[in-house]
Write a protein that binds this ligand. Structure first.
Ligand code: DX5
Ligand code: ZN
Length: 221
């Protein structure tokens, strides 16, 4: 069995009570905080930036923070997220003119680096950088919004990515993001993923009896 990790996407949290909700999902069994950064340019939505990441650290969050940067250009924000306490920093190859340099910037800052693939983005971007990534994130929806449906073709892409990771011999995490639910997570795991982002499936599964507990993807898996 792989070392599976659940990464709730705080895009679906109540931003007015963000610190408490992050504490609650971690106490309920989540492993990583997935932090969606959108710029209304690379994707058609606007969310949160490094100040909010820093605020979560000051609040006392010690779990890994997985900053998923959907911004273009990406390089300047990489430094800001390193300073803000991010653990993983992932970006989309289309958002960087110099992918190798952006990956190196992240690692030089002491963070783990990742590349994110939109549903139609080819895996060939990995060809020359397998030794420079700590995480590969496959989008199973087009990025921009929570609550969309899982695109089934992602399963074949996951199997192909798993083959590439195993052949590389590098300890690269394989994360999937978008439409992950209780009823498809096992199939996604069998296709090779080990790290599961879930936004709506986590935050809509608050326990009726204990409002600080979340079930669903965190509890059942
Ligand atoms: C989409 C974001 C996702 C999103 C996932 O652009 O990158 O992290 O919040 O939300 P669900 O799990 O609701 O599809
Ligand atoms: Zn995301």
């Amino acid at each position: 069995r792989r070392d599976f990790q659940i990464a709730p996407s705080i895009l679906s949290a109540d931003f007015a009570r963000l610190g408490e909700e992050v504490d609650d999902v971690l106490a309920s069994g989540a492993d990583i905080v997935h932090f969606d950064v959108m710029d209304n340019h690379f994707v058609p939505n606007l969310t949160i930036g490094p100040m909010v990441c820093e605020a979560l650290r000051k609040h006392g969050v010690t779990a890994p923070i997985d900053a998923h940067l959907m911004v273009k250009p990406v390089d300047r924000l990489i430094g800001d997220f390193i300073d803000a306490g991010a653990s993983y920093i992932t970006f989309h190859p289309e958002a960087s003119d110099h992918i190798d340099r952006s990956l190196q910037l992240i690692r030089d800052g002491g963070c783990r680096a990742g590349l994110v693939f939109n549903p139609a983005t080819p895996l060939s971007y990995l060809d020359y950088v397998m030794d420079k990534v700590d995480m590969i994130l496959l989008m199973s929806v087009n990025p921009g919004f929570g609550g969309q449906s899982f695109i089934p073709g992602t399963l074949d892409k996951l199997r192909e990515t798993r083959r590439r990771i195993d052949a590389s011999g590098h300890p690269i995490r394989l994360e999937v993001d978008g439409g992950v639910k209780v009823d498809n997570i096992a199939e996604i795991a069998r296709a090779g993923a080990d790290t599961f982002v879930a936004g709506s499936a986590v935050f809509k599964a608050r326990n009726e009896a204990d409002p600080h507990r979340y079930d669903g993807v965190i509890g059942d898996f």
